[in-house]
Design a protein around this ligand. Structure first.
Ligand code: 6GU
Length: 241
C-alpha cells in the first residue's frame, strides 16, 4: 500500500518509521511519503493560512497551496482515497481501518489552525473519494497525531505486517467486544495467582472463560458496544453472563 501525508510539520510524523511500521516500510509492505505542504507555496514567507471569512478566532488554511499540493500528490492512474482528519469528521473505527487496509493508495491531508478552506475538500471530491474523519471526541492541535493513529491502525492490518495474523483476529473490536485480561509466568506474583482455568489445558473451558471475561469487561466499560452488537453475536450462554 502507498500512503502520502501532507503536513506543515513533516518531522512530527517521524515516529511512523520506527518499530513495527519501520520494518513494514523496509520490507516494502508499506510505501510511506511525508510531504512538506510549504513546498507548494510561492511567496517568500511560505504562508499557508489566512483569517477566516465571516470573522472569528484562529486562521484557516489557504486553498491555493492545498490545491496545487493535492493535484501533484494525488496524480496517477487511479485516484487515491483522500483522508482529512478533523474533530468535525465521521468517527474513525476499526471498521474504517479494515476498509482503508484494502485500498491501494491513501493520501492524508493534515490541517492546522481552524482547518482547511472547505473548497479544497469539495474540489478534491470531484475527482476522488474523500473522507473527513475524527479519531475521538476531543480536540487536538492539528491532524498530525490523528494521522499517526490512523496509519498505525491501518498498517498493522496489511498482509505480512504482523508476525502472527491471528493477533489481528483476536483484537478488541474484531468480534465487537473488548478483549479480556492476559497473563504470563510466573504462576503467582505478589500473591496474585493466574486464574486456574488458564492452566487447566481444557481448551473449550479456556475459550468460554475468555469469552465471559470479554463480555463482562465490555458490559462494565463500554455498554454502548453491547447495545449495538448484532442479534446473532450473542448466544444463550453469552446472555446468561
Ligand atoms: Cl482527526 N483532528 C484534530 N485536529 N482533532 C481531533 C481529531 C482530528 N480527532 C479528534 N480530535
Amino acid at each position: 500500500m502507498r500512503i502520502d501525508v501532507l503536513t506543515i510539520f513533516p518531522e512530527y510524523l517521524a515516529p511512523l518509521r520506527a518499530a513495527l511500521l519501520g520494518k513494514a516500510i523496509e520490507r516494502g509492505l508499506l510505501d510511506l511519503t511525508v510531504h512538506d505542504l510549504r513546498d507548494w507555496t510561492h511567496d517568500v514567507h511560505r504562508s499557508v493560512d489566512d483569517s477566516p471569512y465571516g470573522g472569528g478566532p484562529g486562521m484557516v488554511m489557504k486553498p491555493q497551496v492545498w490545491g496545487e499540493a493535492l493535484d501533484e500528490v494525488c496524480a496517477g492512474e487511479v485516484p487515491p482515497r483522500l483522508v482529512v482528519p478533523s474533530p468535525a469528521g465521521r468517527p474513525f473505527t476499526q471498521e474504517t481501518a479494515r476498509q482503508y487496509a484494502t485500498e491501494s493508495r491513501l493520501v492524508f491531508a493534515c490541517g492546522r489552525y481552524e482547518g482547511i478552506d472547505q473548497r479544497v475538500i469539495d474540489d478534491a471530491a470531484r475527482r476522488m473519494p474523500v473522507d473527513e474523519v475524527s479519531i475521538g471526541d476531543y480536540v487536538l492541535v492539528g491532524g498530525e497525531v490523528a494521522v499517526m493513529v490512523m496509519v498505525e491502525a491501518v498498517a498493522r492490518l496489511l498482509p505480512g505486517v504482523l508476525g502472527n495474523p491471528a493477533s489481528a483476529e483476536q483484537d478488541s473490536f474484531s468480534d465487537g467486544l473488548l478483549e479480556g485480561p492476559s497473563y504470563t509466568r510466573p504462576e503467582v506474583w505478589r500473591e496474585l495467582a493466574v486464574p486456574e482455568v488458564l492452566r487447566s489445558g481444557n481448551h473449550a473451558a479456556i475459550a468460554r472463560w475468555r469469552r465471559d471475561r470479554a463480555l463482562e469487561r465490555t458490559f462494565h466499560r463500554r455498554p454502548d458496544l453491547l447495545a449495538t452488537l448484532p442479534d446473532q453475536a450473542l448466544d444463550r450462554h453469552d446472555r446468561a453472563v
